[in-house]
Design a protein around this ligand. Structure first.
Ligand SMILES: Nc1ncnc2c1ncn2[C@@H]1O[C@H](COP(=O)(O)OP(=O)(O)OP(=O)(O)O)[C@@H](O)[C@H]1O
Length: 257
């Protein structure tokens, strides 16, 4: 069940933000961001709490309306994108599952919504229950799951179809090491198959393992990049953030304060 279509060619960005901005009352959460993610690329967003990462991701998948600028999915406005465009995107945010449905029913429903036959959906649900180690909880209502297993369910639902764009907001939060490895392998596999991936995280080393580029978000802006193959990413991260916050050059700024 792949949804790949010819316009996933590498010259058409899956996601493009242009001068993208969004405020909530007096809080300027995203203040003018330009970015692109193409097929096969994994862009990681890192930043302090409240930097604007989740708001940016929600704008990019069309869950929030931009205040200024634009967010596009394969050239269409993300806000109000047609169903055919939205169906090519898998988004993992917070609170994604239907709490009253069981774990299996959640996955079955997700697969049916993506066009699987009843038999195909059952097969897909079984496969994901096994690979994300959720089989033990398959008959439990989603609302009764632990935080980590709720996150596993959200990820399983996102992987139910082979989306052309994966947008994962802190996907490894609350996951045990096996879950972290599962997410890593799936992200790398999907990118190798030509999906575009946008992922936010506080785990710099994990991002270095999967990302083709790492962008630092601070105070609603992209303020720098970290080399995914770089050493001592933590120090480089704080230098970038401190430089942006204090208008000192990265070389003058040291680690956490
Ligand atoms: N619905 C909302 N109403 C009011 N303010 C909001 C809303 N959503 C986000 N904000 C504010 O926008 C800013 C950016 O928040 P956002 O959740 O995007 O940051 P983040 O980088 O994802 O943070 P974290 O790493 O803590 O998850 C914060 O000041 C936050 O309080």
């Amino acid at each position: 069940m792949t949804s790949s279509t010819p316009d996933t060619a590498r010259d058409v960005p899956a996601v493009r933000a242009t001068a993208l901005a969004r405020s909530f009352d007096d809080v300027a959460a995203v203040r003018g961001i330009d970015l692109e993610v193409r097929a096969g690329e994994v862009l990681a967003l890192v930043g302090l709490n409240g930097a604007g990462k989740s708001t940016l991701l929600r704008l990019l998948v069309g869950l929030l309306r931009p205040g200024r600028g634009s967010a596009e999915l394969w050239g269409s406005s993300a806000w109000g994108a047609p169903a055919a465009v939205r169906s090519r995107v898998a988004f993992v945010g917070s609170g994604d599952a239907y709490g009253e449905l069981t774990v299996r029913e959640n996955l079955h429903t997700a697969a049916r919504l993506h066009g699987c036959t009843p038999r195909g959906a059952a097969h897909r649900a079984d496969e994901l229950l096994a690979s994300l180690a959720l089989d033990r909880w398959a008959a439990r209502p989603a609302r009764t799951l632990s935080d980590g297993n709720r996150r596993r369910l959200a990820l399983a639902a996102a992987f139910v179809h082979d989306a052309d764009l994966l947008v994962l907001d802190e996907p490894t939060n609350a996951l045990d090491p096996a879950g972290v490895i599962e997410v890593r392998e799936r992200v790398l596999a999907r990118a190798a198959q030509g999906a575009a991936v946008l992922v936010s995280s506080h785990h710099l080393d994990e991002m270095a393992r999967v990302a083709t580029s790492i962008a630092v978000v601070h105070d609603g802006l992209l303020v720098g990049e970290l080399p995914p193959d770089g050493v001592d990413l933590e120090r480089q991260f704080f230098r970038t953030v401190h430089a942006a916050a204090g208008n000192v050059t990265p070389a003058e700024s040291e680690g956490p304060r």
